[in-house]
Every structure is written in structure tokens, then in C-alpha cells.
Write a protein that binds this ligand. Structure first.
Ligand code: ADP
Length: 254
């Protein structure tokens, strides 16, 4: 049925039916196109590190490259990145899956965010980033799945640290609003252009593909799609304000 279009003629019921079928086929085409693109991106994403691993191991076997600790360490780092890539894919398909279940409970959000904050202190210090948590003045409780919420926050904070140069700052905060509890993560890093802003929550979207691939700690552009799927599974929303060179502010409304 790919590409099929029904003529919209006949009685008004027939016209409506034809229009509905056309809309369904168009959606099917769109999904199919997306699936193909995703498979291509994935194959590329896997082939690049695998080819480089293979050539390095071949060189060691041929005696061209010495099997030193340093060379083995490089191989280890690359395999480690591949494992994280597969983990990310699993998390994404889980978060977007129909069978996805949340373990919702009443959660002290201040404590939850504080725990995440402490977990990232080491990483931020290592990069010389001024990292702070603005504690709310009032108790902030929400009905969330704590593990999934930690995942949302962690994705936002690790990005903020990753895309903020040394000497910059990252601030996390929490406050009650009319619409619920708002969590935010603000950095004064590289920021995101107007053109890229609407696309960053798409699966596999990365602003600078070449820079990301050179960076062994880099993900594959699914961190924000996971965060979005998880926020939406909670009935919440996720958003961003950003300006290139000034920084970004991500927020989650639950
Ligand atoms: P990844 O970080 O693995 O590439 P994400 O889905 O987490 O994937 O992010 C998608 C893209 O959005 C990133 O590649 C980056 O270009 C951009 N981005 C995300 N967070 C920030 C941030 N805090 N500052 C600047 N750019 C960001």
C-alpha cells in the first residue's frame, strides 16, 4: 500500500473514508522512511567503531602494533563506548514501548535531585565546571517513578557538563509552579542554534556529528529522546531555551 492514494470522491461518508485512508497511508510512508533512515544511521554508528577496532586488532596480530597496555586501553575504551551505545538503544526502545510500566510513588524531589547532584559533582570538578543545586524553599513532592526520573535528570545534567567548556557553570534547580513541579538544568555552554533547537529531541539527532564521533565519551543522539519519552510517560513535558554561545536551559514539568 506504500504511496497509494484513494480518489476523494462519492458521498460525504466515502470522501471522509478515502481521506482517512490517505492520511493513514501517508503516516505509514513517513514511519517507513524514518525506520529506513534509523537502520542506516545505526549501521553507520556501529560500523565506524567496529572497523577501527578490527584494524587495530589486526595490526596487533600482524605484529605491526605492539600489544602494550596503552593500545589495549584504547581498544577497551572503544568497546566500552559500543556497550553504552547498545544500552542507550535498549533504554530508548523500552521508554517508547507500549509495554512500558512506571513504578509511581510519592517522591521527595529535593532529595532525589540532591542525590543526582552529588553523583555528578566528581565529573563536574574533573572538568572544572562550577556546578550548583538551587534547593527549593518549600517541600517539593511529586508522583513519579524515581529511577526513571533520575534517568531524565542525569541525561540533562551530563549533556550540560558535556557541552559546557571548562570554567563554565551548570545550575540545577527545582520549584513548584501552577502546572506542577518544574526541574531545570541551566548551563552557560556552547548553546544550540535556532535551526537545531526543534530537532534535538529527535532520535539520533546530533548538532555536530563529526565532533561527537571523535569524542569517545559521546552518545549517539538518543539521550534527549529517552528523556522526552520518559517525561511524557509521566504525563509531563520537557522543553528547552537556548542561544548559541550563551548556553541552554532545559526544563521538565511534572
Ligand atoms: P548526544 O548527547 O548523545 O549527542 P542527546 O540526545 O543527549 O544526544 O542530545 C542531542 C544533541 O543536542 C547533542 O548532540 C547536542 O548537539 C545537543 N545538546 C544537548 N544538550 C545540550 C546542551 N546542554 N548544550 C548544547 N547542546 C546540547
Amino acid at each position: 500500500i506504500r504511496g497509494t492514494r484513494m480518489p476523494v470522491t462519492g458521498t460525504s461518508e466515502m470522501k471522509q473514508l478515502a481521506s482517512t485512508i490517505n492520511a493513514l497511508v501517508a503516516e505509514f510512508d513517513r514511519q517507513e522512511g524514518w525506520r529506513k533512515q534509523m537502520m542506516q544511521d545505526l549501521a553507520h554508528e556501529l560500523r565506524t567503531p567496529l572497523t577501527s577496532l578490527l584494524s587495530r586488532i589486526d595490526a596487533i596480530l600482524d605484529g605491526i602494533l605492539p600489544a602494550t597496555e596503552e593500545n589495549m586501553h584504547k581498544i577497551h575504551t572503544e568497546i566500552d563506548r559500543l556497550c553504552r551505545l547498545v544500552d542507550d538503544l535498549e533504554k530508548l526502545s523500552e521508554a517508547e514501548g507500549a509495554r512500558f510500566e512506571l513504578n509511581i510513588g510519592q517522591v521527595d524531589m529535593t532529595q532525589l535531585v540532591k542525590d543526582v547532584y552529588e553523583g555528578f559533582l566528581f565529573m563536574s570538578k574533573g572538568k572544572d565546571i562550577h556546578f550548583t543545586f538551587q534547593k527549593p524553599h518549600v517541600p517539593c513532592y511529586a508522583e513519579v517513578d524515581p529511577d526513571r526520573f533520575i534517568q531524565i535528570i542525569s541525561n540533562l545534567v551530563s549533556n550540560a557538563i558535556k557541552y559546557t567548556p571548562a570554567g563554565g557553570s551548570v545550575e540545577m534547580g527545582l520549584y513548584p509552579a501552577e502546572t506542577g513541579i518544574v526541574f531545570y538544568c541551566q548551563d552557560n555552554g556552547i548553546g544550540i542554534s535556532k535551526k537545531d533547537l526543534p530537532l534535538i529531541f529527535n532520535r539520533f539527532y546530533r548538532v555536530d556529528k563529526s565532533r561527537r564521533r571523535k569524542n569517545a565519551s559521546g552518545g549517539i543522539g538518543v539521550g534527549l529522546s529517552i528523556a522526552k519519552a520518559l517525561a511524557e510517560a509521566h504525563g509531563g513535558t520537557i522543553g528547552v531555551e537556548s542561544a548559541p554561545g550563551k548556553g541552554s536551559k532545559f526544563y521538565v514539568n511534572i
